[in-house]
Design a protein around this ligand. Structure first.
Ligand code: PMT
Length: 217
């Protein structure tokens, strides 16, 4: 019972939806609550890992998990990038905004009849870590899709050089964003796509940790 498969392993986990500021009182974001990522940090910790959770969620974090609170995709990039090299595992469960406003107004923007915002593309954190990854490191990404899950997840596995892509359907109310359960499909070069049926995010997180333990053994 005392066997801890991730003992002495540094595991980085990201969680939550990033917030991209428009002005001092406005931002754009997405529906990620941070539940999936926080469950993963807990599961990694229970399995003995030295866990650092980089989160844009305000959910509480239990005891011995190191937590770094970030807001934007840029801040998350910086927090992951500076710790990646000294980590054995990175799990990117965060819903990182793909775009952010081209300019951030320092003053509250005044009301107009029409408003146009322009956006620039953010850095793809997972893709960059995929390029930097050494063979001793394990990289897990997610794929949040509303359609063509198999096609898009296979593409992310390849393009991001991940060891595992955990795909979920974010078009359904009983899974994905902001609920306590999820159904996912594992994509890796080790096996055919594997369906993990609908269950508590806590249990899905343990299944992901089990996959990582087997992969890194
Ligand atoms: O937080 P919850 O409410 O519990 O919801 C969980 C979840 C649905 C957010 C989670 O299960 C999930 O799917 N997380 C990934 C969301 C996402 O951004 O997916 P994506 O398919 O757009 O991105 C693919 C991967 O690239 C992800 O691992 C993402 O973290 C990463 N990414 C994306 C954009 C970016 N600029 N940098 C990244 O690293």
């Amino acid at each position: 019972a005392d066997y801890l498969p991730l003992k002495n392993k540094a595991v980085l986990v990201t969680a939550g939806g990033t917030k991209e500021r428009i002005d001092p009182v406005r931002f754009i974001s997405n529906d990620s609550s941070g539940k999936m990522g926080h469950a993963l940090a807990d599961a990694a910790f229970i399995n003995g890992a030295d866990v650092t959770l980089i989160t844009s969620s305000s959910l509480p974090v239990s005891g011995n998990i190191k937590v770094i609170r970030v807001e934007s995709a840029d801040e998350m990039h910086e927090a992951v990038s500076s710790r990646f090299e000294s980590s054995e595992v990175l799990i990117m469960a965060a819903a990182v905004s793909d775009y952010s406003p081209e300019t951030i107004s320092t003053k509250k923007m005044k009301k107009q009849d029409h408003m146009t915002l322009t956006f620039k593309k953010n850095k793809d954190i997972l893709k960059e870590m995929g390029r930097r990854k050494k063979s001793s490191q394990c990289l897990v990404g997610f794929a949040a899709e509303t359609d063509n899950i198999y096609e898009y997840a296979e593409k992310k596995l390849l393009e991001k050089n991940a060891d595992l892509i955990v795909a979920n359907d974010i078009g359904k109310k009983d899974r994905g964003f902001n609920v306590d359960q999820n159904e996912v499909i594992f994509f890796s070069n080790q096996h055919e796509p594997q369906i993990i049926p609908l269950k508590a995010k806590k249990e899905v997180a343990q299944d992901i940790i089990d996959w990582i333990v087997e992969f890194t053994d």
